[in-house]
Write a protein that binds this ligand. Structure first.
Ligand code: PLP
Length: 439
């Protein structure tokens, strides 16, 4: 009998044996094409020899040293490298162990920044209904995913949620994308006015929404307007790039494509690429200066801050992404995959939308393409599709059920950047076979 506490207690997964390139293998020798990188994690694929070697070397040198006593060469190098690659204005890196920790750090830093500046009234967070920012309580409160929040609602701080930028469902007929983005910007301005700008500390968003609705990018100009609104009201812009960052959308930081730089940015999944549990919060020089010139102490931390072995892994991941130019593969391979998905499923009666950026693609499933009516959530179609695809030897990430702002069933694809042309074909073939058994 197993003593593992699995997340799904009623359907136990097979045991993984090993990984190689774009595939994972179970102990019976069955191969699975990793079409979603787990949950948009494994951007390099599995068993990358350079990352493995870098982490092994670091383990032999010093695996761990607590940041209460030491800094380390891999952590310093990672911070320097990230800042040299990050959007303008980001200047400091706080290295944590995952995405929720990065977001929790971002929220607490925003609050402490305003305390240090003598603006203690600033405490409200504005976020979007279609969002997921992590499972720890602050991050969970910030996310708008009702299904994830509901059981824990009594434990969550109040966060003010506004409409997502979700053109497929939110844009009115006849409205241009620019007009739609402007309408959403006005809603945010109204929310700020309602709360009183002097009470608002941050606007939080994923540049491309991931785990709530499957790779939903914003319309052109939307984030630039949000940046203007934040600046005009002295509000921090926190971008959550935990899922969409680290090259997944074709640029190292997704927000580069939106033409904005945040005050605080959270990254995680692709940073460790699955080799190390690691995340990071990047913040501006101004925010850091407020702490440095104020109390001199960020009143938040975790045991595994700046973990040397994880940082060594992340440095090697960055070498692969940037020096070995794997990020440059994302746009062309993503375009090929998207083209293949559109060709195969573009006319499917139950496919409402195929969208995303780079190798971060979502398929929204509907019961009627014309009315966009979602599938009956009780059918759990996305979950069934995940199972059917897994049986075919394909890993894809499902989102099921009724979620405010997303409504329904989605499949997220986020394969490794090393995906070959043949593997693009294999992915689409296996997905089609799975679709045939479910829809
Ligand atoms: N933020 C976003 C956008 C995410 O997609 C996730 C995880 O899916 C998180 C935060 C939380 O990250 P983690 O699961 O590493 O705690």
């Amino acid at each position: 009998m197993s003593h593992i506490f699995p997340r799904h207690t009623k359907s136990l997964p097979p045991m993984v044996s090993h990984g190689e390139g774009a595939y994972l293998y179970d102990c019976d020798g069955k191969a699975y094409l990793d079409g979603s990188g787990g949950a948009a994690v494994s951007c390099l694929g599995h068993s990358d020899s350079k990352v493995v070697a870098a982490m092994q070397a670091q383990l032999g040198q010093v695996a761990f040293a607590h940041t209460g006593f030491f800094t380390s060469e891999p952590a310093e190098r990672l911070a320097d490298r990230l800042i040299s690659l990050a959007p303008e204005g980001l200047d400091r890196v706080y290295v944590v162990a995952g995405g929720s920790e990065a977001m929790e750090s971002a929220l607490k830093l925003a609050r402490q920044y305003y305390l240090e500046k003598g603006e203690p009234k600033r405490r409200h967070i504005i976020a979007r209904r279609q969002s997921y920012h992590g499972n720890t309580l602050g991050a969970l409160a910030t996310g708008g995913n009702i299904w994830r929040r509901e059981p824990f609602a009594p434990l969550l701080i109040d966060v003010h949620h506004v409409s997502p930028c979700y053109a497929y469902r939110g844009k009115h007929p006849g409205e241009t994308e620019e007009q739609y983005g402007e309408r959403l910007a006005l809603e945010i301005e109204e929310k700020i006015a309602e709360l009183g700008a002097e009470n608002v500390m941050a606007f939080v968003a994923e540049p491309v929404v991931g785990a709530t609705a499957g790779a939903v990018p914003s319309v052109p100009g939307y984030f630039r307007r949000i940046r203007e609104i934040c600046d005009a009201n002295g509000i921090l812009l926190i971008l959550d790039e935990v899922m969409c960052g680290m090259g997944r959308t074709g640029t190292l930081f997704a927000c580069e494509q939106d033409g904005v730089a945040p005050d605080i940015c959270a990254i995680a999944k692709g940073l460790g690429a699955g080799y190390a549990p690691i995340g990071a919060m990047l913040c501006s020089a101004e925010i850091y200066a407020a702490i440095e010139n104020g109390s001199g102490f960020f009143q938040h931390g975790h045991t595994y801050l700046g973990h040397p072995t994880s940082c060594a892994g992340a440095n090697a991941v960055l070498d692969r992404l940037v020096d070995d130019k794997l990020v440059e593969r994302v746009a062309p391979v993503g375009a090929m995959l998207r083209g293949a998905l559109e060709e195969r499923f573009g006319q499917h009666a139950n496919v409402g939308d195929i969208r995303g950026r780079g190798l971060f693609l979502g398929i929204e499933l509907v019961s009627d393409r014309d009315t966009k009516a979602p599938l009956d959530p009780s059918r759990g179609v996305a979950g069934k599709l995940k199972k059917a695809a897994f049986a075919e030897g394909l890993i894809c990430y499902p989102m099921s059920g009724t979620i405010d702002g997303a409504n329904g069933d989605h499949i997220l694809l986020a394969p490794p950047f090393i995906l070959s042309d043949d593997q693009v074909g294999e992915l689409v073939d296996k997905l089609e076979a799975a679709m045939k058994t479910v829809l």
